[in-house]
Design a binder for this molecule. Structure first.
Ligand code: SAM
Length: 287
């Protein structure tokens, strides 16, 4: 983190309120379709009961918040918290059309004062890997949970186990200038790939009965109907690590990378569209 960004999570706040947040809003439908199997796996692991109070951390455009609110019913409540104003605005729009016990806050979950014993359950679909100080963040979240409260979230395993990102990246790498990879565990999609690290930091934060189960599913990057390879290519270049690596590159290089990535993605075209594997941990624990 640079010195002018010394406040906790300042870099992520900038990222998710800038171009990255805007893209997640623009591609919300597609991303929700792509990530649906993982959200469903979290919801299954969470076993939400009617009347429960649920906190959705890093709720983004609100898919899992709204899903949870259909399960708590009117006797419960669900709060989605996220640092990204544009993504929370989208979540609020989607929620307004439905009479669900869901509310949203634009706030840093690692610092937000939720009150003590405010929730029975914490859930997250890929929203907890971006904290500068994860043990401190989870200590704050632990404090928001009732005694016997519980946690269920999904996070990515390592990049090589996730072809949906590794395939486009590997195709692009020979064409890109050298760059420095982030150190292992740095805030980002793969920060929680190491199960020993996640177990240690959740333990430090006060959680117990921690379980991490691998969950793999296919991600549909391009849907059948239109041009699935073009859709998959667009998504691979616009979202995730490759989009950041291409951000300042000249048009000619971007074109050559696009050709190389398109050729690799075409190899993954099936009757269901362009489908590429994803590998996650489903993490559960008790407060
Ligand atoms: C990969 S996106 C996932 C969004 C959403 N859960 C979904 O599955 O569509 C990660 C989300 O975490 C949010 N986030 C990152 N750091 C955060 C923090 N400290 N507090 C709250 N939200 C945070 C980002 O703004 C972003 O919306």
């Amino acid at each position: 983190m640079s010195e002018q960004n010394a406040a906790p999570n300042a870099e992520q706040i900038e990222v998710w309120n800038g171009a990255t947040g805007a893209k997640w809003v623009r591609y919300q439908d597609r991303l929700d379709r792509m990530l649906a199997p993982f959200g469903e796996a979290v919801i299954r692991a969470a076993s939400i009961q009617p009347g429960e109070r649920v906190l959705d951390v890093g709720c983004g455009c609100g898919a899992t918040t709204l899903d949870a609110a259909t399960r708590t019913g009117p006797g419960g409540r669900v709060l989605g918290v996220d640092i990204s104003l544009p993504m929370v605005e989208r979540a609020r729009e989607r929620s307004a059309a439905r009479k669900l016990p869901a509310a949203f806050a634009v706030s840093d979950a690692s610092l937000h004062d939720f009150g003590d014993d405010a929730f029975d359950l914490l859930i997250s679909r890929f929203g907890v890997m971006f904290f500068d100080e994860p043990a401190a963040a989870f200590t704050n979240l632990h404090g928001a949970l009732a005694k016997n409260g519980r946690l269920a979230f999904v996070c990515w395993r390592t990049m090589p186990e996730n072809p949906w990102l590794a395939v486009p990246l590997r195709a692009a790498l020979p064409l890109l200038p050298p760059f420095e990879s982030p150190p292992p565990g740095a805030p980002g999609p793969f920060a929680f790939a190491d199960s020993a690290r996640v177990t240690a930091l959740l333990t430090e934060a006060g959680f117990r009965d921690i379980e991490m189960k691998p969950f793999d599913a296919q991600l549909v990057l391009g849907t059948p109907g239109g041009d699935p390879v073009a859709e998959a290519l667009d998504q691979s270049l616009e979202i995730g690590p490759l989009s950041r690596l291409l951000a300042d590159q000249p048009d000619d290089l971007r074109r050559r990378v696009a050709e190389a990535v398109r050729a690799e993605l075409a190899k993954h075209q099936t009757a269901d569209g362009v489908t590429v594997g994803g590998a996650t941990w489903i993490v559960t624990a008790k407060a």
